[in-house]
Ligand binder design. Structure first.
Ligand code: PEP
Ligand code: MN
Length: 338
C-alpha cells in the first residue's frame, strides 16, 4: 500500500504515522516522488482501512499495490538501485560489472591464478564456491572454511572483492565478517529463514533465481532479504528447468528486461549455469548484455578439463578475455557508458 502525503504534511506528523504503522508490524519505506512524499507500507496490510487512512488530514490518497512483492518493486522505489559494493565497484544504474572465477575453490594456486587472470581482463568481483550445493552427496562438496581462507588470500593479492555462496545459517557470522557479497544459490532461493537472516547482516546479497521459480517468486524472495534492512540486493538469472534437455537449463534472457521493468534492483546473468556448456557462455553473455543486464557472473577455470566442479561450463581465461572485449563492443554499440 502506498500512502501519498499532502504537500503540507509536517515531519512530525509523518514520523507519528510511520511509528503507528511500524507498531502494527508493517515495514515502512519512504518514497520521495517529484512533488510528493509518500510512504510505502509492506506487510499484511489487509487489516488497514483505506477510508480511515484517507480521512487523516495530511494524507492525500491511498493506493493499494497489487503485486505480491513490494520492496523490490518499482512502485515503492521508482529509480534504479545502485548497490553499495566494496572496492568502489559500480553496478546498476547504467554501470556494468562482471563477477568471474571458478565454480569451486580448489587450491591456492588455482584461485590465485584465475583471480589474477580475470582481474587483468577487467572483472570487478571474484567468485568461487567454498560450500557447494551438489546434487550428489558423492560429488566434491567444496573446501568449506579452508576454501574461504584461500578466497581471502586471492582478494588480498588482487584487490578484487569476493562473492561466495552461503548454504547454512551456521556460517552467518563468518560470512558477515569475511565475505564482500553473499550469494544465495538457486537451491536456497526459497529458504525463507536464511533469506531473512542474510538480509539482516547489512551486506550486499546476490540472489539467484530458483531452479523452477517464476519471476514473481524471485521478487518475493528479494523482499524477504530487503525486509532485513539491506538495500544492496542483486538479482541473478541463471536459467530455469524446462522440458528442453539440450542445455543444462534454459537461460531466460527475457527475464532481464522483465525484471528491469518490475524491479529497481540490478540484474546479472549467469550464462554458465544457465546453459551448462562453455561454448554457449560467450554468445549468451553477449545476448544478456544486449538485453540490458547490469552485469554477468561467469565461471572461469585455468584448466576446465580437470576442474572438480562444472568444468564443462567453465571458460578459459583466454576466452574470458575475448568475451570482456566483445561485451564492451556490444555495450558501446548500444550507447551504454560504463
Ligand atoms: C553457483 O553459482 O556456484 C551455483 C551453484 O549456482 P546455482 O545456485 O545457480 O546453481
Ligand atoms: Mn558451478
Amino acid at each position: 500500500m502506498i500512502v501519498i502525503l499532502n504537500e503540507n504534511a509536517s515531519a512530525f506528523q509523518i514520523d507519528e504515522l510511520k511509528r503507528d504503522m511500524e507498531s502494527r508490524g508493517l515495514v515502512v519505506q519512504d518514497i520521495y516522488g517529484e512533488s510528493r512524499r509518500m510512504l510505502g507500507l509492506a506487510g499484511d496490510t489487509a487489516f488497514l482501512s483505506e477510508e480511515a487512512l484517507q480521512r487523516i488530514d495530511f494524507v492525500e490518497r491511498v493506493v493499494r499495490v497489487s503485486e505480491p512483492y513490494k520492496l523490490s518493486g518499482r512502485h515503492f522505489h521508482p529509480e534504479d538501485t545502485q548497490p553499495v559494493l566494496p572496492g568502489n565497484v559500480k553496478m546498476g544504474n547504467g554501470h556494468f560489472a562482471v563477477i568471474a572465477g571458478p565454480c569451486s575453490i580448489e587450491s591456492e594456486a588455482q584461485i590465485l591464478s584465475i583471480a589474477r587472470d580475470v582481474k587483468r581482463s577487467g572483472a570487478s568481483l571474484l567468485r568461487g564456491g567454498a560450500f557447494k550445493p551438489r546434487s550428489s552427496p558423492y560429488s566434491f562438496q567444496g573446501l568449506g572454511l579452508d576454501g574461504l581462507d584461500l578466497l581471502k588470500i586471492a582478494r588480498e593479492k588482487t584487490g578484487l572483492p569476493i562473492v561466495t555462496e552461503i548454504m547454512s545459517a551456521e556460517y552467518l557470522d563468518v560470512f558477515a565478517r569475511e565475505v564482500d557479497v553473499i550469494q544465495i544459490g538457486a537451491r536456497n532461493m526459497q529458504n525463507f529463514p536464511l533469506l531473512r537472516e542474510v538480509g539482516n547482516l547489512g551486506k550486499p546479497v546476490l540472489l539467484k533465481r530458483g531452479l523452477s521459480s517464476t519471476i514473481e517468486e524471485l521478487l518475493q524472495a528479494a523482499d524477504y532479504v530487503l525486509m532485513g534492512g539491506t538495500n544492496d540486493v542483486i538479482l541473478c538469472e541463471r536459467g530455469i528447468r524446462t522440458f528442453e534437455t539440450a542445455t543444462r537449463n534454459t537461460l531466460d534472457i527475457s527475464a532481464v528486461p522483465t525484471l528491469k521493468k518490475k524491479s529497481h534492483l540490478p540484474v546479472v546473468v549467469d550464462p554458465s549455469h544457465g546453459t551448462g556448456y562453455w561454448d554457449l557462455v560467450y554468445p549468451m553473455a553477449l545476448a544478456s548484455a544486449a538485453a540490458g543486464a547490469d552485469g554477468l557472473m561467469i565461471e572461469v577455470h585455468n584448466s576446465p578439463e580437470s576442474a572438480l566442479c562444472d568444468g564443462q561450463q567453465s571458460i578459459t581465461p583466454a576466452l574470458f578475455d575475448k568475451l570482456m572485449r566483445a561485451i564492451d563492443a556490444v555495450r558501446g554499440s548500444l550507447g551504454a557508458v560504463s
